[in-house]
Design a protein around this ligand. Structure first.
Ligand code: HEC
Ligand code: HEC
Ligand code: HEC
Ligand code: HEC
Length: 141
């Protein structure tokens, strides 16, 4: 009787270990699969840099931006993901979207939005950058 009970308990423990391992409950499995997952995710995701990285090669633009109204806006809010560009350093690897729409993403009227907005017909028919310097928000004309 005692032997059967001990046998059953041992079997239960063995089952627990196998079950835990197979379904990823075991801490050992979990740790390694989390690390694999992180590595996979970071290798395929576009990598964002901070303006502080862009500063190293674009000091003039960075400084102008800091002194203007766009000082709180990250370079990549306008130029897109910059991770690849910091490696390749080519014109083709970074977005320059010089359109009205690109500015209106932030400056059109939206209920509850708390930044300075303009009407759709403000400076109509001309690119915003014809009159505004995006990096210093000074008006050019
Ligand atoms: C290691 C240096 C380096 C870093 C860091 C760097 N760039 Fe550049 N970038 C360059 C070079 C070099 C060019 C000029 C390429 C050419 O003229 O062919 C350039 C060009 C550009 C251009 C102009 C593209 C065009 O079509 O005229 C933009 C916009 C730009 N970078 C934005 C950024 C942003 C945003 C960051 C930060 C995410 C950044 N860069 C970080 C070296 C760098
Ligand atoms: C508010 C949007 C916006 C932000 C923020 C912004 N840019 Fe730009 N950037 C533009 C636009 C639009 C152009 C093209 C317009 C033009 O050439 O007049 C441009 C052009 C450029 C150019 C190529 C022409 C030039 O002026 O040298 C570089 C390099 C550049 N940006 C780098 C940066 C870097 C670095 C930052 C962050 C420190 C940054 N930009 C932040 C909108 C932005
Ligand atoms: C990512 C959001 C964003 C984008 C995109 C953006 N801006 Fe701005 N802009 C801001 C913020 C934030 C301010 C700071 C003023 C505020 O908080 O009300 C600002 C301020 C300005 C001002 C000064 C307004 C004043 O206070 O007198 C001008 C002019 C301006 N932006 C023009 C542009 C132009 C032109 C573009 C396109 C090249 C552009 N912005 C794209 C966020 C943005
Ligand atoms: C024909 C020239 C011209 C064009 C094009 C233009 N603007 Fe302006 N904008 C001005 C002038 C002039 C002012 C008055 C304030 C000043 O002198 O800085 C102004 C003011 C602003 C302000 C501040 C408004 C406020 O209430 O304080 C913002 C934000 C702005 N413009 C964004 C834009 C955006 C976004 C575009 C493109 C959709 C654009 N502008 C196109 C000339 C222009």
């Amino acid at each position: 009787m005692k032997a059967i009970l001990i046998g059953l308990i041992l079997l239960l423990i063995l089952y627990g270990i196998v079950f835990g391992y197979t379904f990823g409950f075991s801490p050992m499995v979990k740790q390694s699969s989390i690390e694999n997952w992180i590595q996979k995710e970071t290798s395929k995701k576009p990598s964002y840099m901070q303006s502080d990285v862009c500063r190293h090669c674009h000091l003039k633009v960075f400084t102008a931006l800091q002194l203007g109204n766009h000082s709180t806006v990250e370079c990549e809010s306008c130029h897109g993901v910059g991770g690849m560009h910091t490696k390749l350093r080519t014109k083709e690897s970074i977005i320059v979207e010089n359109t009205r729409d690109a500015c209106m993403v932030c400056h059109k009227k939206v209920e509850g939005r708390n930044i300075v907005v303009v009407e759709e017909d403000h400076g109509k028919g001309v690119r915003c950058t014809y009159c505004h310097d995006p990096h210093s928000t000074k008006t050019r004309r």
